[in-house]
Design a protein around this ligand. Structure first.
Ligand code: FES
Ligand code: FES
Length: 161
């Protein structure tokens, strides 16, 4: 099997990388592009630790080949930072509520919750809980995480306001 060239658009920057057709997006982002905020958890689509946004929707990077995502926009949690590396408001909420405990699951949690907030108008706590069902926290502080996301979605202007 020989490598092929793919162009990946990650956090607004273009990257040409040479990959094997069966190289996982997770491995290419983490190992080739050095994005430590994309993390290996289970490797089989169960834990949500490797979550990135693909055209704004959360996906498990361990379930995609890098060659499948050419021409799509990939966002990792560092893509939410401001131009001066300031924290995104949802990250501030996680800090305030202690939602990032050991921090291992936090990028995936934030990207999943951020995507929901972009898509839904003021989701309820039950809807937030449902959306995050595929993101596991080994520290198990789910209440703090839900509190953080709830504060963030409630702080956003409601649709039509
Ligand atoms: S590492 Fe991808 S879902 Fe667990
Ligand atoms: S904060 Fe430690 S795994 Fe979730």
């Amino acid at each position: 099997m020989s490598k092929v060239s793919v162009n990946l658009s990650v956090n607004g920057s273009q990257h040409e990388v040479w990959v094997f057709p069966n190289d996982l997006l997770l491995d290419v982002l983490h190992d080739e592009l050095g994005l430590a905020d994309v993390r290996y958890g289970c490797g089989e689509g169960v834990c949500g630790t490797c979550t990135v946004q693909l055209d704004g929707e959360p996906v498990s990077a361990c379930l995609l080949f890098a060659v499948q995502v050419t021409g799509r926009e990939i966002t990792t949690v560092r893509g939410l930072l401001g131009e001066d590396d300031s924290l995104h408001p949802i990250q501030e909420c996680f800090l305030r509520h202690g939602g990032a405990q050991c921090g291992f699951c936090t990028p995936g949690m934030i990207l999943t919750a951020h995507s929901l907030a972009e898509r839904a108008n003021r989701p309820s706590r039950a809807e937030i809980r449902y959306e995050l069902v595929g993101n596991l926290c080994r520290c198990t502080g789910y209440t703090k995480i839900l509190d953080a996301v709830e504060e963030y979605v409630d702080s956003r202007p409601s649709e039509g306001a």
